[in-house]
Design a protein around this ligand. Sequence first.
Ligand code: AP5
Length: 220
Amino acid sequence: MLATRLVILGKQGAGKGTQAIRLSQHFRVPRISTGDMFRMFVKGDSEIGRRAKKYMESGDLVPDEVVNEMVRERLVELDASEHGFVMEGFPRNVAQADALDDMLSPHPVDLVIELDVPTGVVMRRLASRRVCTVCGLNYSVDAPPKKNWTCDACGGDVVQREDDTEAVISRRLDQYDKQTAPLVAWYLATDRLAAVDGEGDPDTVTRRLLRAIESRLARR
Ligand code: AP5
């Protein structure tokens, strides 16, 4: 069976994490989220976590050499190297995209998806987002867990993410415009990009994503 290698790009709050979980279940491949990896390393107070923490708190990008090395090590693990992956949060600039091509050579990514959501909508989503501190499952003020802000799946505490404050959200979106948005043209130039509308309920967005991906995979 051919491996499936997918990358999801999109503004903070576009729904990358939400949709990557669904796609990884659908295609039976691991989800690789650099944001989740960093949060895990910060929680464990590891060397990488200590290096990443100050950048994450201010909404800046962690230096490329730290991120690239972390992703390189993850991609050689058997699940990803044999079956593929759904990746989100990486790459975030042209240097990271170049590094990813190099890591994957000679088996390039199948499709890069730009999950397109207007800035006003992502600001509202991020301000109301709440996450489980144990398993990372997403909730929002409008769709809370069933009991007392404890996770329906694992019972962990559900809280607001430290970088979901107004000032840090605006810094993260600024970084997106400057560093990550240019990747859309970069991937379009090599016919690897599909833009998918990320507005609407999550099931509708998943159906749109699956249509775009299946049509690309059929061309392999
Ligand atoms: P990271 O964790 O990747 O954060 P992010 O890019 O800011 O993305 P988010 O997690 O905020 O958004 P998302 O698109 O996943 O949205 P979600 O699905 O949660 O990175 C954090 C930090 O780590 C960075 O700032 C940086 O410092 C560092 N970092 C990570 N990767 C790096 C890299 N490659 N290089 C350098 N530094 C790096 O959805 C948001 C909310 O909306 C949720 O509440 C969800 O329930 C809701 N929602 C989702 N879909 C819908 C929908 N269709 N309708 C209504 N609500 C929806």
